[in-house]
Design a protein around this ligand. Structure first.
Ligand SMILES: NC(=O)c1ccc[n+]([C@@H]2O[C@H](COP(=O)([O-])OP(=O)(O)OC[C@H]3O[C@@H](n4cnc5c(N)ncnc54)[C@H](O)[C@@H]3O)[C@@H](O)[C@H]2O)c1
Length: 444
């Protein structure tokens, strides 16, 4: 009570494009005022009916009254059919918010405090996760935790094995006490040969959990191995790079490369949990940080907020929540998630033009963002100040051919993600304009 569930619920539902239902509001709408239902002694009964109906609906966001969990059938339904997130609030704030209202259980401060204390253990029992704001609820819904690696991961429930970047293992303690399968850093981890070695060395049965500990390359290959080993086992991602924490370990895409191209073999296989500990970034070399910063700036542009100005903890949390919301809306990348490609068409073209060696992905994305902003007639200062991209020396024709291969032209136009007042959107842009924007990124 007084935690702000109704306001938060509405915001979260909007971000996930799900229906929103506030159980108390529905009761008042259908059955009359809550104080009167309390007086008649029928409130809990009515609440049970409305809450169970709501929990049987297609996936939606439901705000449940603070006392609903005292009804055993509601607790059972929550356990069976919902991800339950406890919206945390301290008793002072809650009392300030509800005192003076007509809420029947908030008439006396002493009683309110007792009720608050009495319900805490029950909340602890039903909650799958806890949150204080909309980002927190979204992260919890996507199985993402932003905190130091929790103790219960150190001794994972059930059998676990760890796939870890060998460099990261030298720098940080393993997040789980388990057999370790080391992989090299970088794209060398994402090969068929590495995947095969991992498949052959794993000893887990289907009840086992694979834990991935490393950057995007490690989580991509470990996630793919988890998706395919014994037709799919659970995995937990513990990303250790900025790229991993704001991007690669979120959204369920896993992949390995072929000589013909990057990420050509893969599967959608969401980790059961992603545990993000920003303290792991302390050992990350500056050039690796810049790789991730390009994605942070992209996310900030899409979200319409200068997220790159925030301290690490907040920045990672906000970016991770933004991507999580989009991926929960579009788990199989069939539409809305495409906006995450802002700047990436140009980036891939520059990487293609350079033969994937000379231009780092982060630098290519920084330049790609510049081009996308120019085509969107929007200011480029954030990209210039934070990422300072310099034009690259790549073969113009080769880059252009790579871009056209990536994006099929229809009627002399290419479909790109641009930026508008409401965020990113896909639109057709005349080829000549795209070519001009690409050329501006290339040094003579
Ligand atoms: N699945 C997705 O949705 C998705 C999204 C974005 C990127 N990706 C993939 O992610 C990969 C890039 O990820 P990346 O940039 O994290 O690369 P990476 O995993 O190769 O890590 C970069 C380097 O940093 C080192 N490193 C990792 N953590 C460290 C730490 N805490 N301290 C010091 N060194 C550390 C690694 O050993 C490696 O040398 C690409 O293959 C890309 O395709 C996937």
């Amino acid at each position: 009570m007084g935690a702000g569930k109704s306001t938060l619920g509405e915001e979260v539902a909007e971000r996930l494009h799900r229906a929103f239902l506030d159980v108390d509001a529905r009761i008042e709408q259908r059955e009359g005022s809550i104080p009167e239902l309390f007086e008649q002694g029928v409130f809990r009964e009515v609440e049970e009916r409305v809450a169970l109906e709501a929990l049987a609906m297609p996936p939606s966001v439901i705000a449940l009254g603070g006392g609903a969990v005292e009804t055993p059938p509601i607790r059972e339904a929550l356990r069976a059919r919902a991800t339950t997130i406890l919206v945390e609030v301290d008793v002072e704030t809650a009392w300030q918010r509800v005192s003076g209202s007509d809420r029947p259980l908030a008439q006396d401060e002493q009683e309110f405090r007792e009720l608050y204390a009495r319900r805490q253990p029950l909340y602890g029992e039903v909650a799958d996760a806890r949150a204080r704001d909309a980002d927190g609820v979204v992260l919890a819904a996507g199985g993402v935790t932003v905190s130091s690696v929790p103790a219960d991961l150190v001794v994972a429930h059930g059998p676990a094995e760890l796939i870890a970047d060998e460099r990261v293992l030298e720098l940080h303690p393993a997040p789980v006490a388990a057999t370790v399968l080391a992989v090299p850093g970088g794209e060398e981890a994402k090969t068929v040969a590495t995947a095969q070695r991992l498949w052959r060395h794993l000893r887990l049965d289907r009840s086992g959990t694979l834990v991935a500990f490393g950057g995007g390359c490690t989580t991509d290959v470990a996630g793919f191995v988890a998706a395919t080993y014994l037709r799919g086992i659970d995995w937990v991602a513990v990303p250790t790079t900025l790229v991993g924490q704001v991007d690669a370990a979120i959204g369920g895409k896993t992949a390995i490369n072929l000589p013909e191209g990057k990420n050509l073999i893969g599967a959608f296989h969401w980790p059961v949990r992603t545990v993000i500990d920003t303290a792991l970034l302390e050992t990350l070399p500056e050039e690796q940080r810049r790789e991730g910063l390009a994605e942070v700036v992209k996310t900030g542009l899409l979200a319409g907020e200068p997220l790159w100005e925030l301290p690490d903890d907040e920045l990672v949390r906000r970016c991770a929540a933004f991507k999580t919301a989009l991926c929960l809306r579009d788990p199989y990348d069939r539409g809305p998630r495409q906006v995450l490609n802002l700047g990436h068409t140009f980036a891939h073209a520059l990487e293609g033009g350079a033969g994937y060696e000379a231009v780092t992905h982060g630098r290519a994305v920084a330049l790609g963002l510049l081009a996308a902003l120019r085509l969107s007639s929007r200011p480029t200062d954030a990209v210039e100040e934070v990422l300072a991209p310099e034009p690259v020396r790549v073969e113009r024709e080769r880059a252009w051919e790579a871009l056209k291969r990536d994006k099929k032209s229809t009627g002399g136009e290419l479909t790109l993600v641009l930026l508008g007042d409401e965020g990113g959107f896909a639109t057709n842009v005349p080829e000549a304009d795209v070519r001009r924007a690409l050329d501006e990124l290339i040094a003579d």
